[in-house]
Design a protein around this ligand. Structure first.
Ligand code: BDP
Length: 652
């Protein structure tokens, strides 16, 4: 009999050989964490702010606003960071603003950080929508394109250039979308002088959420030593109680550093150790990472501490320490199942948005924690980051609570043929690189979604998605890759390349409005056609109906609470048949109501939430709660206190 340990190691090593960690090494994006060698200074709070209202939106660059304090070049507003700027003031021009906005603030940097040349000082922006340029004391330190992923710059050199100057950080952010950005959009000038004022333009977008803008996530300064842990990649596996963590550490600043890696469990006990930049940690009696409601102890994480040591020119030993939480788990897909730790996993979850009153898409801890409490109340075990990568803090919450994530790129609304060209493709590949680099170590992330509802029936879509999916798999061969389609199964060009079919449909809503009786037949047909052609497991990645909360009607009519409940129930009947075969999940659209652009089909936003935008349940939330807990009770291994007494559930 083959030795399981050897077999496991071999498997991991092969897997690791496949993984192109080198592509991540130049651009390591480890989440900033404090340690004995690293400090963090948060720059959240009030910044000075001005929108560039000049006709070409370029006055700020022409007058070099970054060279002085923003308040010295014109009037400024107080602007909270993180937050979207759109809903902060009473000014409709700012809510709907398109173009460059400017932020600045001064920061007191500990003098030690400047004096000690062994310290790297890094400025990191969690995300800013969409394009950003960053200056420190008038010196440009970086620029970044893409609204949902972090970017950073080492600024120690600039600070040391004039140690007596205060550290003034200026960030210009532009929310203009083009046919080559992700998501795509385009600016249209309306030139008829009898209908529009001179210079009038609008931004057309092909997605259904408000194009909130500004600095959406935390801005930080953090330090590392000059020789430091730049990136870590882990891949995990297990067999017969033995867990294995294959790791690869990228070091910057020296080629002579020595590395020690130590794994501790929840109680701080050392359970495995290794040395060197690449290796395998073996964990006897490993506790696996399990999803919420699938196991009595979901979300178990080990701590993997990497300790780097290097001798300085003067012979001192310099150290860097970084601790990465690691969950041991595997993910596999068969033609009918999604397996986590070799057990069938059924996604009963939600689609979300980063969206709330006043803050827009700005990160907000109370909202994040409330949303996790609501997901757990609902019995949801998963969500999709529709339609862009979320704040990494949210993924940490998912890791700890065992909430499973389909991690989606901002490839939403790729509908214009010009968005399938080389420039778009190159940017899409870069974005997938940034996303995988950031999120590769999260056990909660089980699948990448490269796009939502692209025009996947257009001829160039085949090669385009074949390339994006192959690139994503090359970056990370350990996770399945999908995109979310709403096109016709026979004409969809990308489906041959995905591992899981994710399909959105709005039966008896956008199609056959009001006709609840067609759902069962049409949904059956939908599943049979997709499975019949591709023989791949299917997730119903969106379905739902708008509800104006408090609107009641029996018999149900569209927009009433009763109608949403009936749509859900009609879908659920079919899911219950098909989940015995090849349907592996259902994700409601949407977790909560959210803001959109104004339009005749949107009554102050999209109302398909099962919760209102203020996170209060509609009738549909109770329907879903009853169902999700029932499924969890049937399929999971739950401790007695989580077995939800269904009799207590309220039905509408
Ligand atoms: C789907 C989109 C989603 C929309 C939803 C809707 O993927 O972004 O919000 O339709 O119309 O097609 O409610």
């Amino acid at each position: 009999m083959a030795c399981p340990v050897k077999h496991l190691q071999l498997h991991l090593i092969l897997l690791f050989a496949l993984w192109d960690v080198c592509s991540m090494i130049n651009s390591g994006m480890l989440f900033p964490r404090e340690s004995s060698s690293r400090e963090i200074k948060e720059l959240n709070g009030l910044w000075s702010f001005r929108a560039d209202l000049s006709p070409n939106r370029n006055l700020g660059f022409e007058q070099a606003w970054y060279k002085r304090r923003l308040a010295e070049t014109g009037p400024v507003l107080d602007m909270p960071v993180p937050a979207s700027y759109n809903d902060i003031t009473q000014d409709p021009k700012l809510r709907d603003f398109i173009g460059w906005v400017w932020y600045d603030r001064e920061v007191v940097v500990p003098s030690r950080w400047v004096a000690d040349k062994n310290i790297r000082v890094v400025l990191r922006v969690g995300s800013a929508h969409y394009s950003s340029v960053v200056w420190v004391n008038g010196v440009k330190v970086t620029e970044h394109h893409g609204g949902h992923l972090p970017f950073e710059a080492e600024i120690g050199g600039v600070l040391r250039g004039d140690p007596t100057a205060p550290c003034r950080i200026t960030i210009a952010v532009n929310n203009t979308l083009t046919l080559q950005t992700l998501p795509p959009g385009n600016i249209q000038y309306l030139n008829d002088p009898s209908r529009y004022p001179k210079g009038y333009f609008v931004q057309n977008t092909y997605f259904d959420f408000f194009n909130y803008a500004g600095i959406h996530r935390s801005v930080l300064l953090y330090t590392t030593p000059q020789t430091y842990v730049n990136d870590i990649a882990v891949v995990t596996d297990f067999a017969d109680g033995l867990g294995a963590i294959a790791y690869d550490v990228a070091v910057s600043g020296s080629s002579n550093a020595s590395l020690k890696v130590t794994l501790t469990d929840g109680e701080g006990r050392c359970v495995a150790a290794a040395t060197g930049p690449k290796g395998v940690l073996k964990v006897v009696d490993a506790t696996l990472w399990w999803p919420y409601l699938m196991h009595e102890r979901p979300g178990f994480l080990y701590n993997m501490e990497v300790c780097l040591q290097v001798a300085s020119a003067r012979g001192e030993v310099l150290e860097d320490r970084y601790t990465l939480p690691v969950g041991i788990r595997t993910v596999k897909v068969t033609s009918t199942q999604f397996l986590i730790n070799n057990k069938p996993f059924y996604f009963h979850g939600v689609n979300k948005h980063e969206d709330s009153d006043i803050r827009g898409k700005g990160f907000d801890w109370p909202l994040v924690v409330k949303d996790f409490n609501l997901m757990k109340w609902l019995g949801a075990n998963s969500f999709r980051t529709s339609h862009y990568p979320y704040d990494e803090e949210i993924l940490h919450m998912c890791d700890r609570h065992g909430i499973v994530v389909i991690d989606e790129s901002p490839g939403v609304g790729i509908r214009d043929i010009r968005s399938f060209g080389n420039a778009s493709l190159a940017h899409h590949l870069d974005v997938m690189g940034e996303l995988v680099t950031r999120d590769k170590n999260h056990p909660s992330v089980v699948m990448w979604s490269v796009a939502n509802e692209p025009a996947s029936e257009m001829p160039p879509a085949g090669l385009y998605f074949e390339t994006v999916i192959a690139h994503t798999k090359a970056l990370d061969p350990t996770r399945p890759v999908t995109y979310v389609t709403n096109s016709n199964y026979a004409r969809d060009k990308g489906a041959p390349f995905v591992d899981v079919i994710c399909v959105n449909s709005y039966l008896s809503w956008y199609h056959d409005p009001g006709a609840l009786e067609v759902i069962s037949l049409q949904l059956n047909t939908q599943f049979e056609e997709w499975y019949g052609k591709y023989k791949k497991p299917i997730i119903q990645s969106e379905y739902g109906a708008d509800v104006v909360p408090g609107l009641h009607s029996d018999p149900p009519v569209m927009f009433s609470e009763e109608y949403q409940v009936m749509v859900l129930r009609s879908y659920h009947e079919v899911f219950d048949q098909k989940r015995k075969q090849y349907v592996i999940g259902e994700l409601i659209w949407n977790f909560a109501d959210f803001m959109t652009a104004q339009g005749v089909t949107r009554v102050v936003g999209n109302k398909k939430g099962i919760f209102t935008r203020q996170r209060q349940p509609k009738a549909g939330a109770y329907t879903l709660r009853e169902r999700y807990w029932r499924i969890a009770n049937e399929t999971g291994l739950l401790p007695p206190w989580t077995k939800y007494p269904c009799s207590q559930l309220r039905s509408p």
